[in-house]
Design a binder for this molecule. Structure first.
Ligand code: HEC
Ligand code: HEC
Length: 164
């Protein structure tokens, strides 16, 4: 405890006389990522809620094993321990009637790789992986390129296998 007091006293001695106690912060107009320039004591005008895409057209996937995005609205679809509305159309047994894509084969394997006769519990909550889309301006830039669009320059041919 005592050396802190000594240190504090030293700091006071070393600082030039008349130095301001606090650094001055340049006056900048208030700006917050979410509120914009609305002052803290006023209510910001909420941005418009973008409509969910509902095109009935399956969207392409950006990479193999990507969970496909949901091309339709899912407002009010119950997915909880009592019921799974998604399965009323996407279950294999319902697909012919509903015209929905049946859930992928991977959805039947449990975490140890065993194939089950019904949906694996780890795939029950569909929206953990599948999400609907809205036609909005991206919040952050993205330079993702599909592997098929990356042109790899032809490298040297692999050397012929040596005969033993
Ligand atoms: C009323 C029937 C119905 C319900 C309920 C439903 N879907 Fe669909 N879903 C479809 C149909 C039909 C398609 C095919 C595209 C289209 O017509 O919109 C589809 C397409 C999809 C696709 C795209 C598949 C692909 O291969 O690209 C996903 C993912 C999907 N739905 C997920 C869900 C999830 C998750 C839920 C629950 C929150 C759900 N769906 C509820 C009928 C339904
Ligand atoms: C843990 C993540 C995860 C969960 C949870 C999940 N999925 Fe998927 N889903 C995927 C992935 C990854 C793919 C793409 C690879 C594949 O087909 O297995 C996929 C593929 C699909 C497809 C396309 C199948 C095809 O043959 O093109 C449909 C439809 C689908 N899921 C529906 C659902 C529904 C409905 C649920 C909920 C009952 C669900 N998924 C839960 C990850 C998930």
């Amino acid at each position: 405890m005592r050396h802190w007091i000594v240190l504090a006293a030293l700091c006071c001695l070393l600082s030039p006389p008349g130095a301001p106690a606090q650094p001055t912060i340049p006056a900048e107009p208030f700006h917050d990522g979410l509120r914009g320039t609305t002052p803290l004591d006023e209510e910001a005008k909420p941005p418009l809620i973008f409509p969910t895409e509902n095109k009935d057209v399956i969207r392409g996937r950006a990479y193999a094993q990507q969970p496909p995005t949901i091309p339709h609205k899912i407002d009010g679809y119950q997915v909880d321990k009592n019921a799974n509305r998604c399965l009323s159309c996407h279950a294999r047994s319902r697909a012919a009637e509903s015209g929905a894509v049946p859930i992928g084969v991977s959805h039947y394997s449990d975490r140890s790789g065993a194939t089950l006769g019904s949906l694996a519990p780890r795939r029950y909550f569909c929206t953990q992986c599948h999400v609907p889309q809205a036609d909005t301006k991206p919040l952050v830039g993205n330079t993702f390129t599909d592997i098929e669009d990356i042109r790899v320059a032809p490298g040297p041919k692999p050397a012929a296998a040596r005969r033993n």
